[in-house]
Write a protein that binds this ligand. Sequence first.
Ligand SMILES: NC(=O)C1=CN([C@@H]2O[C@H](COP(=O)(O)OP(=O)(O)OC[C@H]3O[C@@H](n4cnc5c(N)ncnc54)[C@H](OP(=O)(O)O)[C@@H]3O)[C@@H](O)[C@H]2O)C=CC1
Ligand SMILES: C/C=C/C(C)=O
Length: 334
Amino acid sequence: MVKTRKYIVKRYFEGIPKRDDFEIVEYELPSLQDGDILLKTEWISVDPYLRLFNKMHPVPFDQFSPQIATVEESKHPKYPVGTKLLSNKGWCEYSILNMNIRDQSLGVHRLPDMNGLSSSLGVGVMGPSGVTAYFGLLEICKPVAGETVVVTVAAGAVGSIVGQIAKIKGCRVVGFTGSDEKVNWLEKELGFDKAFNYKTVDIEKSLKEATPKGIDCYFDNVGGQISSIIISQMNDFGRVSICGCISAYNEDFAKLPKATIVQVAVVTKQLKIEGFLCHRWENRFSEAYKELHQWIVSGKLKVREHVTEGFDNIFDAFLGLFSGENVGKAVVKL
Ligand SMILES: NC(=O)C1=CN([C@@H]2O[C@H](COP(=O)(O)OP(=O)(O)OC[C@H]3O[C@@H](n4cnc5c(N)ncnc54)[C@H](OP(=O)(O)O)[C@@H]3O)[C@@H](O)[C@H]2O)C=CC1
Ligand SMILES: C/C=C/C(C)=O
């Protein structure tokens, strides 16, 4: 018998998530049945969308999130001991999956070939964050060399990849982020042409100065007033990829502060604005992994992880997303 622990959401979040919205439950897993595999979790991803989709299930529910686990015992011939899987099994130490009766909501995938890279990247650049940046930028913004790309939440898991892909494609890249340390990292290490701390600069003025040829593409991770300002400064036929709006996730959507309307700019500049969920390109993920991997090993794409250690610290790692603690992808090592 294997003893395990998992986080259960016992109450919906109101405002910023609180530790006692969760309960940690310890229990024994049953013995394996035909088709079952026993998974030992190695890496857990904490993501803004856990906040956004908090009310998707009736409470209580097991906290979902991407995680990487290794098969420790197997009663399925195609998943021998040692196989590494990415799934949405969430915040738990061990779990059992039946691979004959596949639960689609768990999104179980074999880890792509990491060729020597850390398996933790399977929840980051070689996983959901990578495909979000890759397809969200290339398929929706379709940046062309010489164009100007702006990205918000630029030092995060998705934004830091977006900016670097745009540079690889020959664009001028401007990023907004929440600290001077992050600004330095973007400019000095990732090669952004310009980055700003949105907490301390005049956004409208700084953006104008940093984009002398205007803005052709905007990758929006944040929503709110900063996005309205960026959209209002776009060039004719600009493209906006709406990836997320983290500035609103802890707010009551019915009482959100007003942001400047963007319709005037959208109509007069004939902008294209499209939201997306990364799963849209699921059947093309391998294409993205191949190219992202090549960029990483050739040194064109730099990857940074913000690693928290230990099952008991998962909640703190999650909360850190909303105060800007992480630089790069936030992951928890079990
Ligand atoms: N559409 C899709 O399929 C997907 C969408 N997403 C979205 O992409 C965005 C980025 O996610 P991800 O890269 O994983 O997370 P990050 O690694 O970027 O972590 C969160 C960061 O958000 C910033 N932040 C937090 N609260 C606020 C706020 N109130 N205002 C402005 N910035 C804030 C902080 O950075 P800072 O210091 O810069 O403020 C923080 O470090 C999110 O909106 C997420 O929902 C992610 C994955 C898939
Ligand atoms: C799958 C993730 C979606 C968002 C909006 O974060």
